[in-house]
Ligand binder design. Sequence first.
Ligand code: NAP
Length: 319
Amino acid sequence: MEHDDLKIPPVALGTWAWGDTGEAGRGYFGSGLTRADVEAMVDKAHAAGFRLWDTAMVYGMGRAETLLGEVLKRLPRSAYQLATKFTPQAAGSGDHPVADMLERSLARLGTDYIDLYWIHNPGDVVRWTPQLIPLLKSGQVRHVGVSNHNLDEIQLANRLLGEAGFRIEAVQNHYSLLYRGSERAGILDYCRSQGIPFFAYMVLEQGALSGKYSPDHPMPIDSDRAATYNAMLPQLKALTDALSSIGGRLGASAAEVATAWAIAKGTTPIVGVTRPQHVDGLVRASRLKLTRDDIVELEAVADAAGLNTRGWWEREMVV
Ligand SMILES: NC(=O)c1ccc[n+]([C@@H]2O[C@H](COP(=O)([O-])OP(=O)(O)OC[C@H]3O[C@@H](n4cnc5c(N)ncnc54)[C@H](OP(=O)(O)O)[C@@H]3O)[C@@H](O)[C@H]2O)c1
């Protein structure tokens, strides 16, 4: 089936935090986002031309998809693109676990197709990848991508799809100033050589690189992200200071400079937005021009922090 090419924006919008209950201090992020915030973010993103929304069934076990589906009803379906994920660890025991999970995501999102369907993590590449083929043929899935796969697994998935005339059309991995495993493992180079867009998730390290948090002003104390990042905040100060200092020269915030770094590296950042002004920040970030010296300085300061921010769900990319 022929479909429009996937439109790759300068940045995509992430909705993991939208799966929280909405009460401050609760859930993974404890961002306390409101329905009014979410509606304003959708309107601002649409006005700015940011059309690609990234979600997953497991973000709040359906809550993020449901909320996203509800607020996107304000727009015609052709005005945005949806990316959601098959998560192997949450697969059912039926004969068609990928189709079954997709079916429920479609219902929550209020649509009959997904623009970009991700296999969330490799689990078992040979088992899961071929199950995408009938969904591509039916048009329920327009394009497929893989997330958290290492280079061998990306190439294997590409071969399995290639046997049916399809291909991996996007890769999504953790990639930030503090976590550059995909670069060191040659995945960025591979994607560039194959014309596969690389989506960078957690470029802000869940807010730790936004400049908003410090030892005196830590992340919401009962949130899961606080358990990872609050102890790192003292070692992160030199990096957030460097981001703020470059931002000061360019009229941008630390978060916007961290996002612009990921764009300058040839990736498409997926930024988790929780406030309407974060979308304004993405507009500025997508226009920022960092110099070669800025990039070298930021990477040196990040390396000097000596931190490993690999998520509990990830494996090292360098084998
Ligand atoms: N495939 C995977 O396994 C995987 C894993 C992780 C993430 N993802 C995807 O990638 C997306 C991004 O990751 P993430 O949401 O975990 O983390 P992130 O984008 O690194 O950070 C998001 C946090 O940064 C803060 N923030 C965002 N924009 C800001 C701005 N302009 N200025 C200041 N602060 C800003 C917000 O914190 P406050 O609410 O505290 O302000 C927000 O919760 C996710 O939403 C999800 O779609 C995928």
